[in-house]
Design a protein around this ligand. Structure first.
Ligand code: CUA
Length: 263
């Protein structure tokens, strides 16, 4: 009885969190984006909305023109076809208009692209390595008394070990802990084959390539737990190497770092 009540209460809490909380993990039947936690992801969502405007206008215009054409030039309606083959004015219009639309799209698109590329004097550098089939994280900014940096592996929690409320195929044993409101540089590479380090809420998708260092950056605006997955087919357990990032306040991060260094 008590267990049932506990279960109902947890489900109720999960429902409340679902309605009022941020969505930093995929949901059933989801169509849109997860909620943004970085300025870059906000930019991506804004660009998507800007493009949606043009897509809607073009879709309506083309459908309208197509249906008008089918209606008016159908053979019963238009028994004697015109011999007209081309017209200079209309051709100029239908070439220049799409070119102008492309230009309008290119301006915000390029500014976002270069913003994503920019790495603003990072306070912390974290290295993430893709392995078959887990991630490992290295905080080489800090050294303990033996001169060793913080390094640990992050494996998926298997289905039989999940506890109530944990997300299947998304939970890991050791999360990446990062501070909020801090410029963080992420160095991405792989130890064996291609992987890709991707977290939708942070707007990051960075290929992990053996023998090559890729870099990306993040600036997380709110505390939270962000879920991502490997996004490059890397072998049979490709679907079982999720990424979990826990963003905490700076003092908590410092506590965590010093505990890690003490281990
Ligand atoms: Cu690692 Cu897919």
């Amino acid at each position: 009885m008590l267990n049932n009540l506990k279960l109902i209460f947890s489900l109720f809490l999960m429902f409340i969190a679902h309605v009022f909380g941020f969505s930093d993990a995929p949901e059933n039947w989801q169509l849109g984006f997860q909620d943004p936690a970085t300025p870059i992801m906000e930019g991506i969502i804004n660009l998507h909305h800007d493009l949606m405007y043009f897509i809607c206008v073009i879709f309506i215009f083309v459908s309208w023109m197509l249906s008008r054409t089918l209606w008016h030039f159908e053979k019963h309606q238009n028994i004697i076809p015109s011999s007209l083959t081309h017209g200079t004015l209309i051709e100029i219009i239908w070439t220049v208009t799409p070119a102008c639309i492309l230009l309008l799209i290119a301006i915000p698109s390029f500014s976002l692209l270069y913003a994503m590329d920019e790495i603003i004097s990072p306070a912390i550098t974290i290295k993430t390595l893709g392995h078959q089939w887990y991630w490992s994280y290295e905080y080489s900014d800090y050294l303990n008394d033996d001169g060793e940096s913080i390094m640990y592996d992050s494996y998926m929690v298997p289905e039989e070990d999940l506890i109530l409320g944990q997300l299947r195929l998304l939970e890991v044993d050791n999360r990446m802990i990062v501070p909020i409101n801090t410029h963080i540089r992420i160095i991405v590479s792989a130890a064996d084959v291609l992987h890709s380090w991707a977290i939708p809420s942070l707007g990051i998708k960075c290929d992990a390539i053996p023998g090559r260092l890729n870099q990306t950056s993040m600036f997380i605006k709110r505390e939270g737990v962000y879920y991502g997955q490997c996004s490059e087919i890397c072998g049979i357990n490709h679907g079982f190497m999720p990424i979990v990032i826990e963003a905490v306040k700076l003092p908590n991060y410092i506590t965590w770092i010093s505990n890690k260094l003490g281990e």
